[in-house]
Design a protein around this ligand. Structure first.
Ligand code: SAH
Ligand code: SF4
Length: 389
């Protein structure tokens, strides 16, 4: 039996090579790529400007296939969340956040996550596996054309794009699934695919320092760093990875990244946890961290009200506290925003993505995979930390 090639797995160069194997010129690959990513086609027969012989060849050996949609919910505020089947009882989530002049898609890169941050429900479920290129870009492909369809819009390359921004902020740590994530992002940027500017694609990381440097070389996009703490003791207790890559190394990596970044600042995400990291002292400590006279880090802060989930044992800071915290940063001249919580009624908010159809009996297996990851990335990686906060 021949295995069918999923064309969503191929980046522009690989698609050219694939067409070459079929005896086709590179421009055919461009046409094919436009059909897939700009018209949302999944049926080769619909690709009317390709020769019938090529369409037949493709139909026999290739498919265009994104993960199957298990559920599709729209919140009262317009936020739309899809739950996608990635096989073997694993599901991941993709969230669309419409705003007045832009539409942002939040994409997952792994089923589960091995970093196991204390405040994140994805982390609490353990790590299952990395997503493939097709499963990552397939989220954008599926969502863009599903949204167009529900608005009655025609597919097509120009003018009607619904998703104008992408954030790699769904389930998983994108820098621990580096190559598929970068390949998928290259497709997002490619003019014959989605043509998004680098400034409109943001990768969020919990701070995998060596991979931040690799990203700078291979695919510099806007960078968001999940900081969440103003000193190492506090951060060690919230993000176990901090023991491997402490804050000073993370700040140095951010500074290096800015030489390559499409924006001249890093966005620090800071999840507001009541009584844990939200005092004025913490805010002042942050100011000295990023305004350090010798080595300042050009940055913005995005304060995220914690989205609680039952097992966390944590609560959200009050709105008054969040505002007071923001004011300390603003008074120090740091651009600071407080993130609006969206999609609460459909559990689509940050950190609530848990792929709820997961077969819970497979927790043992996922924990085993997590241990393998920890062995690979260092003993302080993952689910091991006593929280001192
Ligand atoms: N793994 C990457 C990207 C996915 S998480 C990272 O950690 O950056 C996306 C953002 O949601 C991160 O800033 C993360 O810290 C934040 N987050 C996780 N759980 C949250 C929760 N329960 N409430 C609010 N924000 C949360
Ligand atoms: Fe993983 Fe990010 Fe959740 Fe931490 S916050 S467990 S890195 S998905």
């Amino acid at each position: 039996m021949t295995t069918l090639t999923n064309l969503l797995d191929l980046d522009p160069a690989q698609l050219i090579a694939y067409c070459g194997e079929l005896g086709e010129k590179p421009f055919r690959a461009k046409q094919l790529q436009r059909w897939i990513h700009q018209f949302g086609a999944s049926d080769f027969n619909a690709m009317t400007d390709l020769a019938k012989s090529l369409r037949d060849k493709l139909a026999g050996r290739a498919v265009i296939s994104a993960p199957a949609v298990i559920s599709d919910h729209t919140s009262t505020d317009g936020t739309r969340k899809w739950l996608l089947d990635v096989g073997a009882g694993n599901a991941v989530e993709t969230v669309f956040i419409p705003e007045e002049n832009r539409g942002t898609l939040c994409i997952s890169t792994q089923a589960g996550c091995a970093v196991n941050c204390r405040f994140c429900s994805t982390g609490k479920q353990g790590f299952s596996r990395n997503l493939s290129v097709g499963e990552i870009i397939g989220q954008l492909w599926m969502a863009e054309f599903a949204i167009r369809k529900s608005k009655g819009l025609e597919p097509g390359p120009k003018g009607e794009r619904q998703i104008t921004n992408v954030v790699m902020m769904g389930m998983g740590e994108p820098l621990l699934n580096f190559e598929p994530t970068v390949t998928a992002m290259k497709l997002m940027l490619d003019d014959n695919a989605y043509g998004l500017s680098r400034r409109r694609v943001t990768l969020s990381t919990s701070g995998v320092v060596p991979m931040i440097d690799r990203l700078a070389q291979e695919c510099p996009v806007a960078l968001a760093v999940s900081l969440h703490a103003s000193n190492d003791q506090l951060r060690d207790g919230l993000i176990p990875l901090n023991k491997k890559y402490p804050i000073s190394e993370l700040m140095a990596a951010c500074r290096r990244y800015l030489d390559y970044a499409p924006r001249d600042f890093v966005t620090f995400e800071y999840c507001m946890l009541d009584g844990v990291n939200d005092s004025d002292l913490h805010a002042h400590e942050l100011v000295s961290l990023v305004r350090n006279e010798l080595n300042p880090v050009p940055c913005k802060f995005n304060l995220i009200p914690f989205n609680p989930f039952p097992e966390s044992g944590l609560t959200r800071s009050s709105n008054i506290r969040i505002k007071a915290f923001a004011q300390v940063l603003i008074d120090a001249g740091i651009v600071t925003t407080i993130r609006k919580t969206r999609g609460d009624d459909i559990d689509a908010a940050c950190g609530q993505l848990a792929g709820e159809v997961q077969d819970r009996t497979r927790v043992q297996e996922r924990m085993q995979k997590m241990t393998e990851y920890q062995n690979k990335y260092g003993k302080n990686f993952g689910r091991i930390v006593e929280v001192s906060a």
